[in-house]
Design a protein around this ligand. Sequence first.
Ligand code: PLP
Length: 393
Amino acid sequence: MPQVRKNLERLTNTVVQGTKPSMILALNQEFKGIDDIVMLTIGEPDFNTPEHVKAAAVADIQADDSHYGLSKGTALLLKNAASFLKDRYGLDYDPKTELLTTIGVTEGIFDTMKTLLNPGDEVIIPQPTFPVYGAAATVCGAKVVPVPTVDDDFLLTPARLTAVLAEHPKAKAIVLASPGNPTGVAYSETQIAALAAVLKQHDIFVVSDEIYSELTYDRPHASFAKALPEQTILFNGVSKSHAMTGYRLGIIAAPAAIISQLAVIHELITTTQPNVVMAAGAEAFGPGENDAESMRAEYKKRRAFLISAFDQMGLHYVYPDGAFYFFVKIPDYLEQDGFKLARQIAKEAKVGLTPGVAFGQAGYMRISYATSLAQLKVAAQRLSAFLKMQKAK
Ligand code: PLP
């Protein structure tokens, strides 16, 4: 085999092994080609970015803000992000030393894994999960320790945490996401306190992804950073709260000693955030800190509609406290292979769903309600008819 091809194979193996996001994207692309399909695969808000945020971005461009910016984020962005975390969740971070802005939480996850993990280190990741954590850890040569939560309503329990830490005493980090993707399940303050009591006894970092914190529907969001400030590396951002996925802006909040290390990796990879994005982010976190309110109200209506629709269809799911997903159990009269079932439903019912196995949990499908109520009604009718036909077979 020619040397170039050998080299290419080596390259592909290192990066792709163990990573799954591409499976989800590929299926999405396939479904988009189906005429009249209702896509409930979507992992991003269907709303537009608030007008005042767009205006801030335009003003920044008009002001010729076109030179290299500050790598960690502009002073205004960092100040407003710190106020957002304080006002919304009671978290105290020094904007100068304990915050960093990144190209979305996604870059923050990579920076963090690269900073924390050496090849061979272990990182604990409860399943099912957003696939980027495991992919990033794998790219860093680390080993993922998956922990199933399917029998515990998709929450990591203190007992299971204690057991996994006993088995993996050298694990460097644990990833927790609340509210979580793909389940929408969120930890309550009491549940967080119980996990924190266990984690405090271990020399382990908590990588806490709270990107959906603004989208909780029954109770205010509770943050791991409040219970475990010294161990937690907290992610948040504007993608979900302000419908700004395309702007690419995330924040990391953590003790200064961690931020200074993360900042080195961030600067190496990116030099800096685009200035226009930082200007928009400062507006979103500052004057727009409550922008999610109207979107939250709309998502809540959609969630209520789907709860009654799924209940009528006899579908089982764990009650989603937040985000915009249901994680629905595949009824036993249906095809159990998630990918095959997703393709069958797309073709026969014209509804696009994401198989749970893409998030590390077979036997479930993720259903997103980041789409209009009108579309959800069409999808529910189609799914109901599909289930009736399958049941009758
Ligand atoms: N974290 C979770 C749990 C997500 O579901 C997503 C996107 O779907 C992200 C992070 C990505 O966030 P960002 O757009 O800030 O990179």
